[in-house]
Design a binder for this molecule. Structure first.
Ligand SMILES: [Zn+2]
Ligand SMILES: [Zn+2]
Length: 343
């Protein structure tokens, strides 16, 4: 029997490598030889025991090479470089049917290894339906292609903001998500102002194209943004930091008809105070962004294929599959960007 290795979390901080039978794809299935898989928050939560769902084959930010295809697959062929969409949607609920599949009522995780729960990107191979396989250009770096999923989340957020040429856009927080927002806002033609408390991250922001950087621990960021915009406030504010108090200042940074997007989830979810009369009179829009839609995923794979987004600075380490324990230890470090596992 031909087998391959799958890394599986069996308990808090306990990773086992299990052998799974390698089957041939049929119908619309695609067998992928995984090249790279990043460790995201979902995997870290299961690893730390914040989410206790064992056994769990983690890894939903993956890219690889098509090994074999079923007889009904049309979009890819063996040898193609691909990224995979592993956190998908049910296809049956109200939101999936009206084109808002990122709001799917079932949080749906693809099962890529028979009988094991979890997206399963941290493995040597995976079997996945062709509709969730996105072909990339032959010269794409697969280490970078693995970041298609987090980039797609940010593409969704930026799409919602509908940035105009020459707009003033504030990005609060320069973690990996803030870094993607900065680059996407630049590609959209905005003047980008990055706010952070960490100087090293502000330097990264500058390298990625931010026009102005503000260390919000050293000055009143709201006043500074008003000053930079002749007192108006920004056209768009993205909050990628999970603190309610920062979310409240994000609203104050926005000008009339400004849009505020709460990108990150908030833990703890402390309420903030908003003046309804101010919203009435300024016509500000306060919204959120969660998960990517299919078209966002497609856009993300094109942006990476065409080298329009630079992810080289957002990868803290590349770790071989055999040292997966080390990869998790590094990934849970708060200062790290993405850790990529070479499968
Ligand atoms: Zn992710
Ligand atoms: Zn659905």
């Amino acid at each position: 029997m031909d087998t391959y290795k799958v890394s599986t979390l069996f308990d808090v901080k306990k990773i086992n490598i299990i052998e799974v039978e390698k089957k041939q794809p049929s119908g619309k299935q695609v067998l992928i030889k995984v090249d790279s898989c990043a460790i995201c928050t979902l995997e870290q939560r299961v690893y730390n025991g914040v989410m206790k769902r064992y056994p769990f084959a983690g890894g939903h930010e993956a890219a690889g090479i098509v090994e074999a295809i079923g007889n009904q697959v049309k979009s890819v062929k063996p040898g193609d470089k691909v990224a995979v969409r592993l956190l998908n949607s049910c296809g049956e609920c109200y939101y999936c049917r009206n084109g808002n599949e990122n709001q799917c009522v079932v949080s749906f995780i693809a099962e890529t290894h028979e009988g094991i729960g979890g997206p399963g990107g941290l493995s040597e191979y995976m079997m996945i339906d062709a509709e969730n396989v996105y072909k990339m250009e032959p010269d794409v770096n697969l280490t970078y292609a693995a970041l298609s999923e987090p980039l797609a989340c940010c593409v969704h957020s930026v799409r919602k903001a509908n940035i105009g040429l020459g707009d003033d856009v504030v990005v609060i927080g320069v973690g990996i998500m803030g870094a993607f927002h900065i680059q996407l806002a630049k590609l959209s033609g905005a003047r980008v102002i990055a706010c952070e408390v960490d100087n090293a991250r502000l330097e990264t922001a500058q390298k990625l194209g931010a026009d102005i950087v503000i260390n919000s621990s050293e000055m009143d960021a709201v006043a500074k943004i008003k000053e930079l915009t002749e007192g108006r406030g920004a056209d768009v504010v993205f909050c990628t930091v999970a603190l309610s108090q920062i979310a409240e200042s994000a609203v104050h940074m926005a000008g009339k008809i400004g849009k505020v997007i709460f990108y990150s989830s908030f833990h703890p979810d402390n309420p903030i105070s908003i003046s309804p009369n101010k919203i009435h009179s300024t016509e500000q829009i306060i919204t959120g962004s969660v998960n990517p839609q299919r078209k966002d995923f497609l856009t993300a794979t094109r942006l990476l294929s065409y080298h329009l987004i630079d992810v080289s600075m957002l990868i803290s380490d590349i770790v071989p599959f055999a040292e997966i324990d080390r990869a998790f230890i590094e990934a849970v470090e708060p200062s790290s960007y993405r850790i990529i596992v070479k499968c």
